[in-house]
Design a protein around this ligand. Sequence first.
Ligand code: ADP
Ligand code: MG
Length: 275
Amino acid sequence: MVGAWAVSTLLCYDRCGAAKLDTHSYPSHSVSETAGVDGPTETGQPEATVVVDTVSKHYTVGNRVTALDAVSLSLAEGSYTAIMGPSGSGKSTLLNLIGGLDTPSSGTVTVDGQQVSSADEDERAAIRGTAIGFVFQTFNLMPRLTAIENVALPLVFDGWAEANRRERAAGLLADVGLADRTDHLPAELSGGQRQRVAIARALAPDPALILADEPTGNVDTDTGGDILDIFDELHAAGNTLLVVTHERHVAERADRIIHVEDGTVRATESLTGAK
Ligand code: ADP
Ligand code: MG
């Protein structure tokens, strides 16, 4: 079923150079651009979609916990990267900081030219709504909304007209193989189907970056394979992907594995030649 999909332009229809819907144009980003961080380089390298610069994160719950300790990394536009490490190593903390769900104790995070780390709550919400698609281990769908309503929800915040929202959401659900489940509630879907709805929702605003935290953690092995096949298709369509996992076989679908341990980057492994 999954293998039969055609990669539709909906998967990356604007950012990746395909035709733009003429019924809608994206609002320009409301957060100030960060000068000098990425931009096209003289060497012809692709632009960096994500730059994490010397980021630390401490929590104080009784004792002080250092979840991340001076982490730096960058993700090129169109790259597919996995973050791998044992439980408690700081993977989710790092993803949440990149995704603007939390702010670092020190250091900077830039996504799509916008400095997420210094943005206030409203600005971070705006960046999350337009530039970042988040896929969670536990799906995080709205239980009272149907599949199509869940997928269309980010477009409400992005100012789309209702007819256009439904059309785009229906197209994205078809792309992930759920054309016949648009009016089901999450409770009426299997775990794998819920995660596919969540992926369609993440793609709705055509984000610059797709983040996934243990996306196959709550689905069976076959379904997990289907989810990873979708990520392969998204990568092939030009999207920038960052997937957190503690499983080697999941990480190996990426071009590069960043190994984290005790809140630091221990090694970076390139897989491009191996596949
Ligand atoms: P991973 O995703 O790799 O399993 P996390 O990023 O969730 O690891 O956690 C890294 C460390 O930070 C752990 O020691 C964890 O207990 C701690 N931690 C994470 N979130 C919080 C929080 N909100 N408050 C306090 N400590 C936290
Ligand atoms: Mg985690």
